[in-house]
Structure formats: structure tokens, C-alpha cells
Ligand binder design. Sequence first.
Ligand code: NAP
Length: 232
Amino acid sequence: MNMKEEKMDQNKLTIAIVGGTGKEGKGLAFRWGKAGHRVIIGSRNLEKAQLSVNEIKDLLPPFSKLTGETNESAVKQADIVVITVPYEAHRNILSSLKNELKGKIVIDVTVPLVPPNVTKVQMPMDGSAAQEAQKILGQDCKVASAFHNISYDLLLKNTPVQCEVLVCGTDQQTRQTVLGLVKDAGLTGWDAGPLENSVVAEGLTSILININKKYNSRTAGIKITGIESPSS
Ligand SMILES: NC(=O)c1ccc[n+]([C@@H]2O[C@H](COP(=O)([O-])OP(=O)(O)OC[C@H]3O[C@@H](n4cnc5c(N)ncnc54)[C@H](OP(=O)(O)O)[C@@H]3O)[C@@H](O)[C@H]2O)c1
């Protein structure tokens, strides 16, 4: 374990959520705020970030450490950065934050949906959004991907979630760190292997959207069977 990893005490992480004013970002902010992490909601607009903080703070205990900043300022202060933006904004936002993201773990939640046909799997040239992120950010960042299959509806509720989380990532240590955050969010996570495997997790989202439409649901999800529970 190097000095930076030692410093990264899992109990005291500062998590920045780029695009945290959106549906998925607010859901994750709520979950990690409840777990006691310091969460910074990032936005292109400071006022919008602070409005989102007020919305979520109403759902959280009074001691919660939740603030709102511009994306750039949020990323600078964070140990871990979560990307929750629509796919069409993905490349630009990562390129614009590349310097601030150096040396950090980046958890990409982006699904490469191509409207209007979001029920059809349409993966990008580089394989997946997560692989694109790694290519844009280079080897200075440890990229992981997770939470693609969890609807924000479920994240923002205080009830147990049956849908499980596939975590892909650059290396095992990065995936372990992210799995810790999945657990803190009150969810079950699985080490789904290297970043290349993110193609499957991201692609599954279009299938789940299709199932939601076909069967009149909002929260279709996935569950790994055949194992009692993941062990580390
Ligand atoms: N919603 C879900 O249930 C769900 C589930 C799993 C995965 N995902 C994935 O998570 C990502 C976010 O989903 P979402 O539903 O939260 O999206 P969203 O609400 O439509 O947007 C999230 C945030 O992205 C920022 N944004 C929008 N356009 C941008 C642009 N051109 N440049 C920079 N930032 C921009 C906005 O923040 P500011 O205006 O404040 O900057 C917005 O609040 C997507 O890739 C989605 O596929 C979503």
C-alpha cells in the first residue's frame, strides 16, 4: 500500500459527483451522505449545485457533510470522483476536467445511450463509456465503472434494494475501493473484473429500459444467483 492509498481511509472519503444535480447523482449523494462520507455535488452552475444540496439535505440526518460546488472545484477537493452525466456530455466533461482528475479514482456511471433508441444496445468504438474515459484520462487515473443498472428511483428511497451492482475497473485494488462504496450505499456489489467487462454492465441498461417499457415498470434490475453473498 503506497502513501496515497494509506491516506485514503475508506471511512473518511471525500466524494465529488460530477453532474451530481441529476437524477442518478442525487441518488448516490443521498446514499453516501447517509453513510457519513463527505459528498460534494458538482455542477456547471454553482447555484444549481447548492439547490440540489438543499433538496437532499432534507432527506439526511443533520450531521451529514454535503456541499455543492462547480464541477472543477468539487473534483479538486475529492479523493474519489463519480461521473454521472448523459453520454453526449461525457467526452467533453472528462476532457475539461482531465488535469484536476490526475491521480484520482474515477467511477464512471455513464451509460452510452443513443437517443431516441435507448432500448437498443449501441456501444461506442472504444468498447464502452468506461474505456473511453480511461483513454481520455490516460494512465494517471484509475477508472472504474459501476451503478449502471440501478435506477435513481431506488437510490433515493430508504428501502432495501434488490438490484445488485457490477464493478469493473483498472485493477483489483481500485475495484475493492469501489466495492466498499457500493456497500456503504447499502447495496450488494460484485467484482466484475477488468474495465473491458464494462461493455456488458453498460449494455445491460438498455435491456433493463426495454424490460421496464415492455412490462410497465421503472425499476427492473439485475441479481447474481448461485452464490450466497460476495466475499472480499
Ligand atoms: N437515471 C438513472 O436512473 C440512471 C441509472 C443508471 C445509470 N444512469 C446513467 O447516469 C448518467 C446520468 O444520468 P441522469 O439520469 O442522472 O442524467 P441527467 O439527470 O439527465 O443529467 C445529469 C447531470 O448532467 C449534467 N449535464 C447535462 N448535460 C451536460 C453537458 N452537456 N455538459 C456537462 N454536464 C451536463 C447536468 O448537471 P448540471 O446542469 O448541474 O451541470 C445534469 O444535472 C447517464 O449516463 C445515465 O445513462 C442513469
